[in-house]
Ligand binder design. Structure first.
Ligand code: TUI
Length: 311
């Protein structure tokens, strides 16, 4: 039991990251049914898609679940309204500042938890009325900030009074225990749920993660102002070569367009963007969601009980 499990009414203090294209109702319902907080990721989708996903998720679970809004999506304002209408239990946000939407969501009774890559944004979100923040380190897959989980989490914990959820590089009980030692009240995991039986993505995506080693991810898009961590392949090689040659924003965008769909739907191992975190190297097996979560917390509890003997 932590402040987060009590606030949301979940059994285990674990969120599933709202991964664009990957996190639809299938994985969200599976995680919620296993006692964590499943999250539907809006990514670049529109408000009709998300309304349909919320309804499907409500049919598949009677447990709390959340929705993530990717704030770089031009339709974020319309999506924000649908979430207020639907009165979803939890909203998380990423890739921007959630400030202007928070009053509308709070009025609808929604628990609002933005992802933050820095202390400054964590403080701003607290001031704007967020209920908690997810401090996400650069170990994560997808759109990343600069700081690692190890340095970001304790600094955010010291800077705000609301609960902090740790994200980035967590995929087993050691990561969970370490997060609690840093002052977190819960963890958020993405990559490990991409290697689950229930996630609705191409088998090649799952296998890319299983085969990855510690150094298999690369960050592309730094020069375009949108750094994205993904498993290296032909596309990342081409992209990084273009970036080194100071290619224009348009050229880079042309290479990346539709590439996440190519990964998730087509399983295009050469031309797809396989967003995944640095912890991919430690994930070697595809498991049911329930097994992932229960093993993680069994190990974390053992480690934390043992920690009393160390100190
Ligand atoms: O958002 C994520 N991860 C994502 S979003 C995504 S979709 C995408 N695809 C291609 C290019 C860009 C996005 C894939 N993965 N994680 C949460 C996160 N938020 N990481 C970093 C941030 C962040 C960065 C800057 C949050 C706020 C922020 O603030 C800027 C500001 O306006 O103050």
């Amino acid at each position: 039991m932590t402040k987060i499990t009590e606030m949301i009414g979940i059994q285990y203090p674990i969120f599933q990251g709202g991964m664009a294209w990957v996190a639809d109702w299938h994985i969200a319902a599976a995680v919620s049914n296993a006692g964590g907080l499943g999250i539907i990721g809006c990514g670049g989708a529109d408000e009709n898609w998300i309304r349909d996903q919320i309804r499907k998720c409500r049919e598949a679970t009677d447990k709390p679940f959340g929705v993530n809004v990717m704030l770089m999506n031009p339709r974020a304002p319309q999506i924000a309204e649908v979430l207020a209408e639907e009165k979803v239990k939890v909203v998380t946000t990423g890739a921007g500042s959630a400030g202007k939407f928070i009053p509308m969501w709070k009025e609808a009774g929604i628990i609002v938890i933005p992802v933050v890559p820095s202390v400054a944004l964590a403080k701003k979100m607290e001031k704007d009325g967020a209920d908690a923040v997810i401090a996400e380190g650069t170990e994560s897959g997808g759109h990343v900030g600069e700081l690692t989980t190890m340095v970001l989490v304790p600094q955010v914990v010291d800077a705000v009074s609301i609960p902090v959820i740790a994200a980035g590089g967590i995929a087993d009980g050691r990561g969970v225990a370490a997060s609690f030692m840093l002052g977190a009240e819960a963890v958020q995991c993405g990559t490990v749920f991409c290697a689950s039986e229930e996630v609705n993505i191409h088998q090649n995506y799952k296998e890319m993660i299983i085969k990855a080693k510690d150094t298999s991810t690369k960050v592309t898009g730094r020069s375009a102002g949108a750094p994205v961590r993904q498993i290296r392949n032909q596309l990342t090689a081409e992209y990084l070569k273009l970036e080194e040659a100071h290619a224009s924003f348009e050229e880079l965008e042309a290479l990346g367009v539709g590439s996440l769909r190519k990964a998730v739907i087509d399983g295009d191992t050469k031309g797809g963007t396989f967003m995944a975190g640095q912890i991919s190297g430690m994930i070697n097996e595809i498991k049911p969601v329930k097994t992932i979560i229960t093993e993680m917390f069994l190990q974390a509890n053992k480690l934390m009980a043992g920690a009393k003997e160390i100190v």
